[in-house]
Design a protein around this ligand. Structure first.
Ligand SMILES: Nc1ncnc2c1ncn2[C@@H]1O[C@H](COP(=O)(O)OP(=O)(O)O)[C@@H](O)[C@H]1O
Ligand SMILES: [Mg+2]
Length: 311
């Protein structure tokens, strides 16, 4: 018995990664937003993508989903190279949510999920919206699946509400349900907890674990480090379009270059390190002057989080 287990383990590593992005580069005119990034997501994995604002995380997602045609590189899903067309990428099995929520505000919660389902029904979007004859047959099945998804995210009691009337955190969850409606094998989440309170963030964490447990691999962009390091099997950090570090949460958390990238402290060889040092020195000089002029003032009234604001 013990002799055969080794072979089995070797064989399972042969399966192609769910996502295999290699050498992905995206240039906008003179700006290279993403530079030769390689990233894999394997079956059953939750992978995190972190990095300061403007690092190229969303641009990388847009390259994966066909919204942008990468200047260089290729993206494969389960061993097949993807054509850079959003609807073909969705059909292949990749679904996403957006950093800035994109829902049909004047449709109900249920209708939003049904729209996400149209890639998997023969009838298609227009038939679904116009309620043509073909739609009636597929309607029952789609409706059932959409309600299951709403139950899964805990919004079944709001199926008839207009999407625009949902609180922000629930709109984010609805976007996840809509993405799941296309039966993806990989889900890409762009800042799913932005603007959420700690309680909502914890619920989202549980939701993502549950999604993974259903056999859907997840790639998630987030700024909340506690959330990312708790959730992910692996984390990659982008800085100025380049993948700086990749590894387990413990490795990435302990990497001084990642800490430096977030705190803005230049590390040896960092692009733009000199400018950053100058800015830091100027800020320091300014804060010493402002401290002396505002003696006796406390700033405890300001509780707004700097992260999570809509950008
Ligand atoms: N469509 C675009 N045209 C030109 N520049 C863009 C475009 N999209 C993103 N960028 C630039 O690419 C860089 C990376 O942006 P983005 O991917 O949004 O970063 P992140 O999601 O990590 O905050 C930024 O400098 C941004 O201004
Ligand atoms: Mg972004």
């Amino acid at each position: 018995m013990t002799t055969t287990t080794e072979n089995t383990v070797e064989n399972t590593t042969e399966t192609p990664a769910v996502l295999d992005a290699s050498g992905v580069t995206m240039r906008f005119g003179g700006l290279t937003a993403v530079r030769s990034v390689d990233l894999k997501v394997n079956a059953g994995e939750i992978v995190g993508l972190i990095g300061p604002n403007g690092a190229g995380k969303t641009t990388f997602f847009n390259c994966l989903t066909g919204l942008y045609v990468p200047t260089e590189g290729k993206v494969s899903y389960k061993g097949t190279v993807l054509p850079p067309k959003p609807h073909l990428v969705t059909q292949a099995g990749i679904a996403r949510t957006f950093q800035n929520i994109r829902l049909f505000a004047n449709m109900t919660v249920l209708e939003n999920v049904l729209v996400g389902r149209h890639t998997r029904t023969k009838e298609g979007l227009w038939s679904a919206l116009l309620r043509g004859p073909g739609f009636k047959k597929a309607e029952a099945a789609s409706h059932k699946r959409a309600m299951e998804l709403l139950e899964f995210i805990g919004l079944e009691h709001k199926a008839d509400h207009l999407a625009r009337n949902l609180p922000y955190g629930e709109q984010r969850k609805l976007e996840i349900a809509r993405a799941l409606a296309s039966d993806p094998g990989l889900l890409l989440l762009d800042e799913p907890t932005a603007g959420m309170n700690p309680q909502e963030t914890r619920v989202t964490e549980e939701l993502i674990f549950a999604i993974r447990d259903q056999g859907i691999a997840v790639l998630v962009i987030e700024h909340d480090m506690r959330f990312i390091f708790n959730l992910c099997d692996r984390v990659a950090c982008l800085v100025q379009g380049e993948k700086l570090v990749e590894g387990t949460p413990a490795v990435v958390q302990g990497d001084e270059r990642v800490v430096a990238a977030y705190l803005g402290t230049p590390f040896e060889g960092a692009p733009g390190a000199e400018e950053a040092a100058e800015v830091e020195a100027a800020e320091e000089a300014q804060s010493t002057t402002s401290k002396t002029s505002t003696t006796g003032e406390t700033s405890t009234t300001s509780t707004t989080s700097p992260e999570g604001e809509t950008q």
